[in-house]
Design a binder for this molecule. Structure first.
Ligand SMILES: [Zn+2]
Ligand SMILES: [Zn+2]
Length: 281
């Protein structure tokens, strides 16, 4: 599978000179399965540029869209996803149980609400809510997608993709703690990520900041690194960069993480997610 980051930022889009390396758009990933099938994760502001690229290709858009949760930074780009205006588009939606509500709300839900000039019900694309991931795995062209509930206000889902013997885990907006939280034990995440080829995980905060941010639903990069080491993943990608974090500061977090991994003799490649970067598993 091939993975491309269209949005890497947490909480709010922060375009500008301080975010040109790691990116200013909020969560959106494009996963192209070996079959050619396109799967999109989340509809943050990064989905706008992805939608334009899909529309410009001239091919009929036929995609899966998986939503982790419905906080604004994960659904706000949906009204600007060009394929929703094309009658030829087919969008299969799944993920967090409230995902359809989350995709609707950025539009005018009733005439005159005033959030957006177009009503959700007037969109031209064919959209189908699969309602599978809330109950069990979803299979897309032989790739099995599983989910795990997140430690995040109002909840959320992390996703694991298994294609042949390759595994990608994507977990954003998740607070890794040493204590059990909302019925989940910290080891549940280790089990979910076990031996993954690539783990993309929330690393919004520094270890210094996390004390003031407990219960906000995000992890510091040391907690994220510890998960990756315990689960023996091969490659860790730090994600959901704090909106206040400038490019050199993101790099500093990354370098500290790499030093800690080396001290622990971990056989682990670490990167920080960069908008428009891609990799193949
Ligand atoms: Zn978020
Ligand atoms: Zn969130």
């Amino acid at each position: 599978m091939r993975v491309k980051f269209w949005g890497t930022r947490g909480s709010i889009a922060v375009p500008g000179k301080d975010t040109t390396i790691y990116g200013g758009n909020t969560t959106c990933l494009q996963i192209t399965l070996d079959s050619g099938r396109e799967v999109i994760i989340d509809a943050g502001t990064g989905i706008r540029a992805l939608g334009n690229k899909l529309s410009e290709s001239g091919d009929r858009v036929d995609v899966h869209l998986l939503i982790t949760h419905i906080h604004w930074d994960h659904v706000q780009g949906f009204p600007f996803f060009d394929p929703v205006y094309q009658p030829s588009s087919k969008i299969y939606i799944d993920g967090f149980p409230a995902c359809m509500k989350g995709l609707r709300i950025p539009f005018d839900t009733k005439m005159g609400d005033g959030f957006f000039p177009i009503r959700f019900d007037d969109l031209n694309a064919e959209m189908k809510y699969l309602d599978t991931l809330g109950h069990g795995p979803l299979e897309i062209d032989g790739t099995v997608v599983d989910c795990i509930p997140l430690q995040h206000p109002q909840g959320g889902f992390g996703f694991r993709f298994r294609e042949g013997n390759k595994t990608l885990v994507f977990i954003t907006d998740n607070e890794l703690t040493n204590e059990s939280w909302a019925g989940r034990h910290p080891d549940d995440y280790v089990g979910f990520c076990k031996d993954a080829d690539v783990l993309v995980h929330d690393a919004q905060y520094t270890p210094e900041e996390i004390g003031q941010r407990k219960g906000w639903g995000h992890s510091d990069y040391v907690a994220t690194l510890n998960l990756a080491m315990k689960a023996h993943v091969r490659r860790l990608i730090l994600f959901h960069h704090d909106p206040s974090r400038k490019d050199p500061e993101v790099r500093k977090c990354l370098e500290h993480c790499q030093e800690l991994a080396e001290e622990n003799k971990a056989d682990l490649g670490i990167e920080a997610a960069k908008e428009e970067s891609e990799f193949t598993i």
